[in-house]
Design a protein around this ligand. Structure first.
Ligand SMILES: Nc1ncnc2c1ncn2[C@@H]1O[C@H](COP(=O)(O)OP(=O)(O)O)[C@@H](O)[C@H]1O
Ligand SMILES: [Mg+2]
Length: 376
């Protein structure tokens, strides 16, 4: 069925022009159009729109976005204006609009905007998952890359990865990507971006059409160019593009890992079994997160390279740690390194291995969770 569009545009000529673009775009029907936002609010409930295009050049219309959102809970509100305004973009997102489009727009631009925003998880609530490790070499990047593949394949929804391991991020290597832009450019530009213009900063993954990756810095010294406030804006903006936003963090506590964990619905602490101190390191990190009153809901632990990778072993780790262990990943060095060398992921190459099964189980848990969003 076609998208049912309601168009609100004060300028009569522009209203005609945009109406004919909408009517001429395949997959779209113009259900109703108004010059005054107040009329649209009063009269158009019976049209059951999927999309509301709201002219925000008209004074006062931006302030009506929350009213549109509550009057039409089933519709995505896209703000339209003749010029891009960085200040307004924050307000647009905060008000509850799904996106932004410069007018006059073409059929292609309308289609692209709606595709981008309808793929976005904003309507159902987008979830940020942060991956933290008390120390380096935890198996965290391997886990994130594989989990992203699993989540994207199973949910059919868009998954975004942000490589925020600022100095030594190697997500691009895992996915065999040549980054044209990185987290440095994205945080530098975020003030001037909207979700639709942020999207191209994320690299597409040829092997997985639902995954996009915002790659890490090209040189360790670029790390200091990433500031916290723009990083937070970036994560929030990414939430309107992706159902799941997975953030790869640098090891240890630092401003970026703290900021990401604060924004995340769940922070996974990842440690690799090896030296014998991993449970101790995990305990210490957990103590820091205890400052959050709800840390037991928000902080989960994962051990990698667990051998034997059995339920009994998981219970032993749990007893030693004194905290639930959500997931354990087996020792599969050859598989993960061979897969990553080819730019593919273990879950993809060998779906039946214990590693793949455990990762799929984790993604099933994530998808099964019910988190309340935007409670009134
Ligand atoms: N489950 C696993 N079993 C065995 N080796 C692993 C496993 N996961 C990762 N590795 C290996 O451990 C090293 C570090 O993994 P990586 O994912 O890059 O960790 P981090 O991002 O914490 O530095 C890599 O050489 C990787 O191949
Ligand atoms: Mg890493």
């Amino acid at each position: 069925m076609d998208y049912q569009v309601i168009l609100v545009e004060n300028n009569r000529l522009m209203l005609e022009r945009l109406s004919s673009v909408i009517r001429g775009t395949s997959g779209f029907s113009l259900a109703a159009r108004y010059q005054q936002a107040g009329d649209a609010l009063g009269q158009s409930a019976m049209f059951k729109p999927n999309i509301i295009l709201l002219d925000i050049d008209e004074k006062g219309n931006l302030g009506l976005v929350p009213e549109f959102a509550s009057a039409f809970p089933g519709a995505a509100i896209l703000c339209i204006s003749s010029h891009w305004d960085a200040k307004e973009s924050d307000q647009i997102a905060q008000a509850g609009a799904k996106g932004y489009l410069v007018k006059p727009f073409s059929s292609e631009e309308l289609t692209e905007a709606v595709q981008t925003f309808s793929k976005s998880g904003m309507a159902q609530g987008s979830e940020v998952l942060a991956f933290f490790s008390p120390k380096g070499k935890s198996g965290k990047t391997t886990l994130i890359a594989n989990l992203a593949m699993s989540l994207a394949a199973r949910s059919g929804e868009p998954v975004g990865i942000i490589d925020a391991d600022l100095q030594f991020g190697d997500m691009a290597v895992f996915f065999n990507l040549e980054p044209k832009s990185t987290i440095v450019e994205a945080t530098r530009d975020v003030k001037f971006l909207s979700p639709i213009t942020l999207n191209p900063y994320f690299m597409a993954v040829p092997e997985a059409e639902n995954i996009r990756v915002l790659c890490g810095t090209k040189k360790p010294e670029f790390a200091e160019m990433v500031e916290i406030a723009p990083f937070e804006d970036l994560v929030r903006m990414a939430q309107s593009l992706f159902r799941y936003v997975l953030i790869d963090l640098p090891p240890g506590f630092n401003p970026i890992s703290v900021a990401a964990a604060e924004l995340a619905a769940t922070t996974y602490m990842v440690a690799m079994v090896g030296g014998g101190f991993e449970v101790l390191h995990m305990k210490r990190a957990l103590d820091v997160f205890k400052a959050w009153p709800d840390y037991e809901q928000r902080v989960k632990t994962i051990f990698t390279r667990v051998s034997p990778c059995t339920e009994k072993e998981r219970e032993l780790l749990e007893q030693e740690l004194g905290y639930p262990v959500s997931s354990i990943m087996p020792n599969e060095y050859l598989l993960v390194s061979a897969a990553a060398n080819s730019g593919r992921m273990a879950v993809d190459v060998q779906p039946d291995t214990p590693l793949s099964k455990n990762i799929n189980r984790l993604s099933k848990d994530i998808m099964g969770r019910r988190i309340q969003w935007g409670a009134p």
